[in-house]
Design a protein around this ligand. Structure first.
Ligand SMILES: Nc1nc2c(ncn2[C@@H]2O[C@H](COP(=O)(O)OP(=O)(O)OP(=O)(O)O)[C@@H](O)[C@H]2O)c(=O)[nH]1
Ligand SMILES: [Mg+2]
Length: 294
């Protein structure tokens, strides 16, 4: 038996909503990072670690690449840049329904110097298989050095092709993380993210974009965990919407969040949610660093 072991960093980049986080979850076989049908769901670089006997792939999910409008967005783009610095391989996720031109600002920003796998995602939405082949040819002509694969991250179509392509270029190295670690982030971080995911599901329009979630207390008792979380919004009117008539919506948010958190922690949870208004928090350095965006 050969004792070759490969390990390295594979960063997942792309436009907002391309399906980067969905892809990471599919590759890990686990719902680690949050997803939503709205843009700008992911705000941090989050590691997702896939360990097998002969290799360890340290994936990074990153925020969707865009022109920053707030300091929060600038912080998000810094997270993308930090992933650029230590990558061995890049995965670029592109919605197959979008024109090829929409990749230009992204490749211009990334200036990739590492091997790249371009995934034409959401291929399940194109019923005409011939059209998929045609598109692959067009992208291959434009990016001759890259591996190009049409996939569906959601339906898990063709996603089994990705790891073998990574292993083609992954360096020989010992594992970077213990074999049982799934991420670099804490349970508290993922609990805050799960509440944010439920906010994306329950509220419409601008609310999710203005909301941050901070875990104030995380007490592990023998039979249950007591978790207190603050939801930060930018305006009084958003607080009113978040709470809902007679507290009905915040109550629903608590019920939905508790359910997923209990599944994640495999333990009963007592969850308390508080809403706070912090005007213009998305443009305030102090708030941003207090809320973990640095
Ligand atoms: N039909 C279809 N939908 C997909 C596929 N992959 C992702 N989606 C959907 O696209 C939306 C965005 O997915 P995310 O994984 O959150 O996208 P993202 O690139 O991480 O987005 P940001 O974090 O906002 O940059 C969600 O509603 C997903 O369910 C796919 O292969 N097919
Ligand atoms: Mg995402």
């Amino acid at each position: 038996m050969s004792d070759k072991h490969q390990a390295g960093f594979v960063n997942i980049f792309g436009a907002p909503n391309a399906g980067k986080s969905t892809l990471l979850n599919t590759l890990l076989g686990e719902n680690l990072v949050i997803t939503s049908h709205k843009v700008q769901t992911t705000r941090h670089r989050i590691l997702g670690i896939l360990t097998e006997p002969t290799y360890q792939i340290v994936f990074s999910d990153t925020p969707g690449i865009m022109e920053p409008q707030y300091k929060l967005h600038e912080k998000m783009m810094q997270q993308v840049k930090s992933a650029l610095e230590d990558g061995d391989i890049a995965i670029l996720v592109h919605d197959i329904n979008l024109p090829i031109e929409e990749l230009e600002p992204i490749t211009a920003m990334l200036k990739l110097k590492v091997p790249c796998i371009l995934l034409l995602n959401k291929s399940d939405t194109l019923k005409d298989k011939k059209k998929i082949e045609e598109l692959v040819t067009i992208y291959k002509n434009k990016f001759p050095k890259w591996d190009i694969v049409p996939v569906s991250a959601l339906q898990k179509t063709n996603t089994d092709k990705i790891v073998p392509l990574i292993l083609k270029n992954l360096p020989e190295a010992p594992a970077y993380y213990p074999e049982d670690s799934m991420s670099d982030r804490s349970e508290r971080f993922f609990v805050a993210e799960m509440i944010r995911e439920q906010i994306y599901k329950l509220y419409h329009e601008e609310i999710p974009y203005h909301a941050a979630v901070i875990i104030q207390a995380f007490e592990e008792k023998t039979t249950l965990n007591v978790i207190k979380a603050e939801i930060i919004v930018s305006r009084e009117t958003q607080k009113v919407i978040l709470i809902g008539k007679g507290g009905s919506l915040i109550k629903q948010l608590g019920i939905n969040s508790r359910k997923v958190i209990e599944e994640f922690l495999q333990k009963k949870v007592h969850l308390e949610l508080f809403v706070k208004v912090r005007p213009k928090w998305r443009d305030n350095e102090n708030y941003l660093s207090e809320y973990g965006y640095n």
